[in-house]
Ligand binder design. Structure first.
Ligand code: SAM
Length: 191
């Protein structure tokens, strides 16, 4: 049982693009209540449930509290846009590097859709800074955004550092919602 229906959106994406392999180190941004982390734990074998496969790591971050989950390390009350959080992640990751960054983050609704869209894009742009610090060359990023005029800015910034960038609308995402996901693969920026 998943903690949240959002699980089905991630399952579609990881199955279609073969993301999250046993042994992968994964960061889950905006992880509460924890459904995406549940999928990551199973796929990367972070509990070591399958002794024959490599064992990965899952670290989830949220402003809110996240109830404990076997196989995941949660940083509750942490802001992923804060460089302090980036430093904590570097400390926690094996060799300070991640294979995959997931983000289903969303800001609190302000009542103004354009402002909310812009806020989410700004939050996603900080994931590019985070990638520079922790993402392995060849790594992947999945991030939620709300479609609108600034989405192109984000897409261009992602295309500068990922070999392949796609915009995805999972079937499990409501048609009426502007919600979409960017999938960046083959990370190429090394710092
Ligand atoms: N993927 C999650 C799951 O499957 O359980 C659901 C995520 S929910 C749609 C979005 C989350 O993003 C909220 O819990 C919110 O607190 C978090 N969030 C928003 N801004 C954040 C930030 N700056 N840093 C960390 N988390 C943030």
């Amino acid at each position: 049982n998943y903690r949240c229906r959002s699980a089905f959106k991630l399952l579609e994406i990881v199955d279609k693009y073969r993301l999250l392999k046993p042994g992968d180190n994964v960061i889950d941004c905006g992880a509460a209540p924890g459904a995406w982390s549940q999928i990551a734990v199973q796929r990367v074998n972070s509990t070591g449930a399958n002794a024959e496969l490599p064992r990965g790591t899952v670290i989830g971050i949220d402003l809110l509290n996240i109830a404990p989950l076997d196989g995941a390390h949660f940083l509750s009350s942490h802001d992923i846009t804060d460089p302090f959080t980036h430093a904590r992640l570097q400390d926690l990751l094996p060799s300070a590097k991640a294979d995959v960054i997931l983000s289903d983050m969303a800001p609190n609704a302000s009542g103004c859709k354009d402002m909310d869209k812009e806020k989410l894009i700004t939050m996603c742009l900080t994931l590019i800074d985070l990638s520079e610090k922790i993402l392995k060359p060849g790594g992947s990023l999945v991030c939620k955004y709300w479609d609108g005029f600034l989405a192109h800015t984000l897409q261009n910034r992602l295309s500068a550092v990922f070999g392949c960038v796609r915009s995805l609308k999972p079937k499990a995402s409501r048609k009426e919602s502007a919600e979409k996901y960017f999938l960046g693969q083959m990370y190429k920026r090394i710092k």
